[in-house]
Design a protein around this ligand. Sequence first.
Ligand code: ZN
Ligand code: FE
Length: 256
Amino acid sequence: MPSIEAVPAFQDNYIWLARAVSERRCLIVDPGDAAPVVEHLERTGLSPAAILVTHHHADHTGGIEPLKRRYRVPVFGPAGEPIPCRDHPVQEGDEVEAAGLRLRVLEVPGHTLGHVAYASESVIFTGDTLFTAGCGRLFEGDPEQMLQSLEKIAALPDTTWVYCAHEYTLDNLRFAQVVEPDNPAIRARIARENARRLRGEPTVPAPLTLERDTNPFLRTHVPAVREAAEAHAGRPLTSEAEIFAVLRAWKDELDA
Ligand code: ZN
Ligand code: FE
């Protein structure tokens, strides 16, 4: 397992610092802000090896320029999006090696069209695609694309831990419970994650297996989820993409 530390930023972002346990240099994933990263590096004595970016939104890229100026590290980011200071455009199947880690690039369009994730044997940095107990909004892509991206992530090994870029778990679980009020795994997870937040701890990362059991957006194949989506839409739904589209729009309505 890599060593991974959370740097909280803004209201609810996490910037992840990842390295092999034997390393003192780390990857910086999605630095939306530079100041908390610099503070964390100076306090811990870590130094940066590279910056990895999942997509172009400012809360994931705003810190790149100042960090690049200060540390002169290479910046990896999706080939299909405008990423400041990007040295290495990455696409599906590329590998990034730094800080003693090797990460594979997965293209996961939906939240944005060029969004990528970075996966090792045991962890995946999902940006705003798969959230713990939820998924990102469809700003650029369509439901079909996002569902395929989520399925690609869900197909990773059971031992994978999900590191997403926001602390949204409790809000997402409230929606999960609206969709599946009788799912005991969701109820148990709410109690556990609530306790974590009360202790001031992050609820990220989460095991991929728990996501498969409690995240409605990974459960469009489950009869209870289909029935809830059909009841909400008031019509029969014939594909998982349609079910996914109804779930995503339903959550957007509740968030609005
Ligand atoms: Zn975003
Ligand atoms: Fe974001």
